[in-house]
Design a protein around this ligand. Structure first.
Ligand code: DOR
Length: 451
């Protein structure tokens, strides 16, 4: 390629990256990046060459694209809440360039046919790159080894406790089959179904309210399931990703199991706490596993600080305001939007000194890529995909419902001012977001994995 012309030339950026050879050694340097045909063609202190488009990022941080490894985009079947188009519009507006989408759609994503049906809906509709999980169930447990290797599959997702949708694996023999069939890291929602059912009588109280949600789905409900799956994974030497950990006890336990597991926390569990969140937000704060008290939140932060937590995922799980507000708890659905606010919220924690910017990059770029083996993402190196998120660490803005692209149209963080905002998203060399608004056509593609 003649080095005089780039499709895109990024100037004056403050670049943050590591390399695939040494992924945890993040370097920070000022420079220009030349992009040709969707790939990074040059990284130099200064590039003076022709380009179709020049983007001056002076004063901004340029990172590899941020990834959200847990979103529910509801398509097919629940498109009145969200779909791949609106979900990815939210993602890109919040600086997320790749998402792993969950299988509790309608129908659940449990067969090759279901999976490819979802894949067929990505082209010209998704504004960021996408991967899909395959759901584990009794009927497909023996096929998971093949299903987890489908192109674009981020791995297997298993629900041990009932949540939104019908996916559930609770029976010991099925659990054991799921753990044994397949080799990739698999993601688990840990709540103990037996205990959930035993405690359901709590909800019969005529004065029941959303404040009872964390009492019904209590600490032991989470801990029992987490211990149960870790025990099985140790028995069969299978790597497991424990989703949305919510209790200090689980975090202490998982700290001793890092040889077998990776751990996710959500921004909402790190930011909101009970009873305050239920007082202020009512059922908008209802999710599974629940938001708990301050001591649990402190336990989660301890897990972030001591390295137990590997990944921050949003668990973006939209339901309409009508579904949340026109029903009475416990008839209200669990879940809240998050893909658009995950990065601003976590950058606000960076701004408040809760974690460093490099640490956030590990949690939302490098670990997702390393742990799930995403191909050609996560590094600003010559030859890599030109997918980036640019950030203004000083920008302050108030999160508002009218900015939320989700079809559900709301966020529990409406009215909250945060500092540190993604300013640009670039997907394979194309500007996809500027000033927190989507730009250009939907050009998302399926992510690829080393399997
Ligand atoms: O609160 C939740 N909502 N937790 C889940 O695990 C599922 C999610 C949803 O899909 O609504």
């Amino acid at each position: 390629m003649p080095n005089s012309t780039y499709d895109l030339l990024i100037k004056n950026a403050n670049i943050w990256t590591s390399t695939p050879e040494d992924p945890y050694k993040i370097k920070n340097f000022k420079g220009d990046v030349g992009v040709h045909q969707g790939k990074i063609a040059a990284i130099e202190p200064s590039i003076n060459a022709d380009a179709d488009e020049i983007l001056d990022l002076k004063g901004l941080e340029l990172c590899p694209g941020f990834i959200d490894t847990q979103v529910h985009f509801r398509e097919p079947g629940l498109e009145h809440k969200e779909d791949l188009h609106t979900g990815t519009l939210g993602a890109i507006s919040g600086g997320i360039t790749g998402v792993f989408e969950m299988p509790n759609t309608s129908p659940s994503t449990v067969t090759e046919k279901d999976f490819f049906h979802k894949v067929s809906r990505v082209k010209d509709r998704a504004h960021c790159d996408v991967a899909f999980y395959i759901g584990a169930c009794a009927e497909n447990a023996l096929d998971l080894e093949e299903l987890e290797r489908l192109p674009g599959c981020s791995g297997v997702k298993m629900f041990m406790g009932s949540s939104t949708g019908t996916l559930l694996v609770d029976e010991q023999t099925v659990l054991e089959t799921v753990v044994k069939s397949g080799r990739r890291r698999f993601a688990v929602h840990c709540e103990d179904e037996t205990r959930l059912n035993e405690r359901k009588a709590l909800l019969d109280n005529p004065n029941v309210s959303v404040h009872d949600h964390p009492k019904w789905r209590d600490e032991l409900t989470a801990l029992n399931a987490t211990q149960r799956i870790i025990e099985l994974c140790e028995k069969y030497n299978r790597s497991v990703h424990i989703l949305h950990v919510t209790t200090a006890q689980e975090m202490e336990f998982l700290k001793t199991k890092k040889n077998i597991c990776s751990v996710e926390c959500t921004p909402q569990h790190l930011t909101l706490f009970a009873p305050d969140c239920y007082d202020k937000l009512g059922t908008l704060a209802q999710m599974n596993p629940p938001i708990r008290t301050r001591p649990h939140q402190e336990g989660l932060w301890a897990g972030v600080h001591n390295g137990t937590v590997d990944i921050i995922g949003s668990d973006h799980a939209p339901h309409t305001l009508a579904e949340k507000r026109d029903n009475q708890y416990p008839k209200t659905p669990s879940g809240m939007t998050g893909v658009q606010t995950i990065l601003p919220l976590m950058l606000d924690h960076v701004s408040n000194g809760k974690l460093s910017f490099e640490h956030l990059m590990r949690l939302m770029i490098i670990n997702p890529v390393q742990l799930f083996k995403v191909k050609s993402r996560g590094y600003i190196t010559v030859g890599a995909e030109a997918t980036f998120t640019a950030i203004d660490l000083k920008k302050t803005r108030t999160i508002r419902n009218d900015w939320i692209k989700s079809r559900s149209g709301w966020t529990p963080f409406d009215g909250i001012e945060t500092t540190g905002w993604p300013t640009h998203a670039i997907v394979r060399g194309q500007l996809a977001m500027s000033d927190q608004e989507p730009v250009g056509p939907a050009q998302g593609q399926m992510l690829e994995f080393e399997v």
